[in-house]
Design a protein around this ligand. Sequence first.
Ligand SMILES: [Zn+2]
Length: 54
Amino acid sequence: MSFEKRCPVCQKPSDEKFMPFCSSRCAKVDLGRWFSESYVVETEDELEQEEPVE
Ligand SMILES: [Zn+2]
């Protein structure tokens, strides 16, 4: 068994309390990425307006 899991955010050794992250801060950073990604997808709906703007 290897205990060399690394924090996916900062690559530091992860803390078992915050697995797979090294800290609650990195866990939040990763959550924020998820939210920002879905947010980006949602904003694509704005492309519905195909009226040429010149
Ligand atoms: Zn980290």
